[in-house]
Ligand binder design. Structure first.
Ligand code: HEC
Length: 142
């Protein structure tokens, strides 16, 4: 009697654990994308994309995450130069030559899902877009 009681309690617990872990996984399937975003982008644009007033742009409503999404893979790979703010501090967005096409794709899809920006971008699309902006031979940077 006692044995079957413990057996049902432990199977209940196991069931609850399985449910809990699957719920957590469903919340964000682009965990690698999130980690890469926090590491490679969050220090400037902040984890929520709000940026640093007058120095780093707020990217939550950036056209690169919307109508110019096709330019996002190359922007992540090559960065961006020439952003001049009022007090003449010039900061460039750095290149990311060590990120693979899969990693870039995961960052984009993390932003698409977690920030609810739009539909998932396939790896084939990201790969084709990145083919148009190859890493130069004399590569430098991270
Ligand atoms: C060293 C700080 C820095 C880091 C790190 C950085 N950025 Fe940027 N980012 C900038 C700056 C500065 C600009 C504006 C550049 C310009 O307009 O010349 C910018 C521009 C952008 C824009 C375009 C904003 C717009 O609408 O014009 C997007 C999108 C963006 N960054 C996304 C990212 C992503 C994704 C990452 C990580 C892979 C990243 N950035 C990493 C500083 C940074």
């Amino acid at each position: 009697m006692l044995r079957s009681y413990w057996l049902s309690i432990s199977s209940l617990l196991l069931f609850a654990l399985i449910i809990l872990s699957s719920v957590q996984c469903d919340e964000n399937i682009y965990i690698q994308g999130e980690r890469l975003y926090v590491f490679h982008c969050g220090s400037c644009h902040m984890d929520d994309g709000s940026g640093l007033k007058n120095i780093i742009p707020d990217i939550r409503n950036s056209r690169y995450l919307d109508e110019e999404i096709k330019d996002l893979p190359c922007l992540i790979r090559h960065g961006k130069q020439g952003f001049v703010v009022e007090d003449s501090i010039i900061i460039d967005m750095p290149v990311n030559y060590k990120l693979t096409e899969y990693e870039i794709n995961n960052i984009i899809n993390y932003l698409m899902t977690d920030w609810e920006k739009g539909p998932i971008v396939s790896i084939t699309t990201t790969r084709n877009l990145l083919d148009e902006c190859p890493i130069p031979d004399n590569r430098y940077g991270q």
